[in-house]
Design a protein around this ligand. Structure first.
Ligand SMILES: [Zn+2]
Ligand SMILES: [Zn+2]
Length: 639
């Protein structure tokens, strides 16, 4: 019997029922840049060897496809488990899925895997790959599968089988069999280059009361070059870790005895933060925002009105004082609303834009805390825009342009956009009326389209109180980071009865847009550290110039130079220690200081400085005046 298959949207063919994608491929001699690893038949992922029995559409899945990578890595994890089993027959198998980057497998064994073991396992994997064994899919009854694993004495697989119903799929390479949904590549020979990266402890089912397991992580690619690139990137990411650099460059610390999740900004880190905050404030004032400052503590009643007390209480720090319950603010919005409500506003006053570097405190689980990226106390670069219906399109466009410009100035040129909208099927779970949502969504879309920005529409991803745009920025390694959000709110204006008097003389509900540009100052600085690897552009460098004396004789002159530089707002330090100049230079290099000004008797006589610029080496002698002009110019251009 014949069936009709549409292949990759290019060819439509009639083939024998029961044919595999692999056979179709070789019959049609379809050329792809990459080897197909699996296929999608009518949308679901299948093995290339799986028999196709009905009409449908067939897409070939390669390593360029995220799902293709998963198939590849999952297959590599089976090969690793087989290698382990060949080398260490007593080891019991737990589970081995693909992950975002690579794969792992959890093993139960009394021995602990050492780096040499990983080498041996890699070697055995190479053998299995050379043997080019097929990945054979087997379906059996649950009873037969239990029988099989009883024979192998695999207690974890037996436990997993307990929870499964109906027929069970297994994948076999020779005498290695794994309980598995698949799909897999057709043969072990498909896995070209791989590396086992690390071993760490884990628990069966992530439960610390259950068996201790050992997890081996690995990665696999089709070419050596891809593996080399990946390993390079992995190493780069390690070197850029903001927690490591934050310590080395003396920017910040976290003190266990003061509580995890709270940041101590050391002088250099505090300077970096102040530069960012000053710039932020100036830009906001230039762009129609008014700066406000609101208290860190407010009565619980305020948070009852806002609704946070009911649905956010687990994350809030609360305390009692004089028979009154207080909350340390987890958000700035209610405070800005109270300022707005201090007087009656007419439509002529709108839009009103209140901005605040508002520090908030939220109780996060200690397990999710991560350096500056996830903290318990952080400062949102917050603003709330109060406007009318007619103003929303201009406001959204304004915010979008503003946010992009600020991020570009900080050196983030590559951005991506996500538009989160409501789930069309259950409008009941959302605040606000249908008309509000339609208008808000349209204004967000129009702003993105006016700016010619591509965006991903996230159906059903909106929070209950309004649609939003999330902007992601990409660092020097191409890794995405969460940054600005532009968020509509149809909930708070109603809860707080926030209104304005319209042209008709009646009160109307105001529209509130919450927006951030940097997200949180802490997280943004973490991103900046990793993006620049701590090697900040001049305008952001906590110390811009380090003056170094060749001998003690020049200390007076060095101090006069420092005074002059400081009076021109150049952040300057003197290294007047009795050390060799080469040693001082090396230290300044390590601390990533942009300029070194070396001072000896010759410089003093000519009233000049011998300048070394980072990444440019020797600049020769410059007069103090020329040097100051150059720094001031570069700082104002933010280059
Ligand atoms: Zn599997
Ligand atoms: Zn807000």
């Amino acid at each position: 019997m014949k069936i009709n298959i549409d292949v990759d949207g290019i060819k439509s063919i009639d083939v024998e029922k029961g044919i595999s994608a692999l056979k179709i491929l070789s019959d049609l001699s379809i050329q792809k840049n990459r080897k197909p690893l699996a296929a999608r038949f009518n949308g679901s992922l299948i093995d290339l060897t799986f028999p196709i029995v009905s009409d449908g559409t067939l897409e070939l899945v390669t390593f360029d496809d995220e799902e293709g990578q998963k198939v590849y890595w999952h297959s590599a994890s089976h090969i690793m488990a087989y290698a382990v089993q060949r080398l260490f027959p007593d080891v019991k198998l737990a589970i081995g899925p693909p992950i975002a980057n690579g794969f792992y497998y959890d093993f139960y064994t009394k021995k602990s895997f050492a780096p040499e073991d990983l080498k041996h396992i890699e070697q055995e994997m190479t053998n299995i790959v050379k043997e080019d064994l097929p990945f054979e899919r087997i379906t059996q009854s649950r009873e037969d599968a239990i029988e099989l694993y009883r024979g192998k004495d695999e207690k974890f697989k037996l436990e997993l089988l307990e929870e499964l119903k109906g027929s069970i799929s297994l994948y076999r390479n020779n005498d290695f069999v794994d309980l598995c949904r698949g799909p897999h590549v057709p043969r072990t020979g498909y896995i070209r280059v791989f590396k086992l990266l690390s071993v760490s402890g884990s628990y069966w089912r992530g439960d610390e009361k259950r068996d201790n397991l050992q997890r081996i992580y690995g990665i696999a690619f089709e070419t050596k070059k891809e593996l080399a690139n990946y390993l390079h990137k992995l190493n780069e990411a390690k070197e850029r870790d903001h927690r490591k650099l934050g310590k080395e460059l003396e920017l910040f610390s976290i003190k266990e005895n003061a509580g995890v999740g709270f940041i101590f900004w050391h002088p250099k880190g505090a300077t970096l933060r102040r530069i960012i905050e000053d710039f932020w404030k100036q830009e906001h004032m230039k762009n129609g925002y008014e700066l406000v400052i609101t208290p860190h503590i407010a009565k619980a009643g305020l948070w009852r009105t806002s609704g946070h007390y009911d649905y956010y209480i687990d994350n809030m720090y609360t305390f009692h004082k004089d028979n009154e319950e207080y909350v340390i603010k987890p958000m700035n919005c209610p405070a800005h609303i109270l300022i707005y409500k201090s007087k009656i506003h007419s439509y002529r006053d709108l839009p009103i834009r209140y901005a605040e570097l508002g520090t908030v405190v939220r109780d996060e689980l200690s397990g999710v805390l991560h350096g500056l990226l996830r903290t318990r106390e952080f400062t949102i670069d917050d603003a709330h825009i109060f406007c009318t219906d007619e103003q929303i399109e201009d406001e959204i466009l304004g915010v979008l342009r503003f946010a992009r410009r600020i991020l570009n100035t900080f050196g983030f040129k590559e951005l991506s956009y996500e538009l989160s909208v409501r789930e069309p099927t259950c409008p009941d779970k959302y605040a606000g009326c249908d008309e509000d949502w339609v208008k808000a969504e349209r204004s967000l879309m129009r702003a993105l389209e006016t700016e010619n920005l591509e965006y991903k529409r996230m159906e059903g991803e909106a929070v209950f109180y309004g649609p939003k745009i999330d902007i992601k920025l990409y660092d020097a390694l191409g890794r995405p980071w969460q940054a600005p959000t532009i968020q509509f709110d149809f909930n708070l204006p109603a809860r707080f009865d926030v209104t304005y008097i319209g042209r008709d003389g009646n009160a109307h509900n105001v529209l509130i847009i919450h927006r951030t540009v940097l997200g949180s100052i802490e997280r943004f600085i973490g991103t900046l550290i990793e993006h620049y690897k701590g090697d900040f552009p001049l305008w952001l460098s906590p110390i811009q110039v380090r003056i170094m004396t060749i001998t003690e004789k020049s200390v007076d002159y060095a101090e006069r130079v420092q005074k002059s530089l400081i009076s021109h707002n150049v952040r300057t330090e003197i290294d007047k220690r009795n050390e060799k100049i080469n040693f001082k230079v090396r230290e300044a290099e390590k601390e990533k200081i942009p300029y070194m000004a070396i001072i000896g008797e010759r410089e003093e006589e000519s009233n000049s400085l011998s300048i070394r610029e980072r990444h440019k080496k020797d600049r020769g002698n410059l007069s103090l005046e020329d040097f100051e002009t150059e720094i001031r110019k570069r700082c104002s251009e933010k280059t």
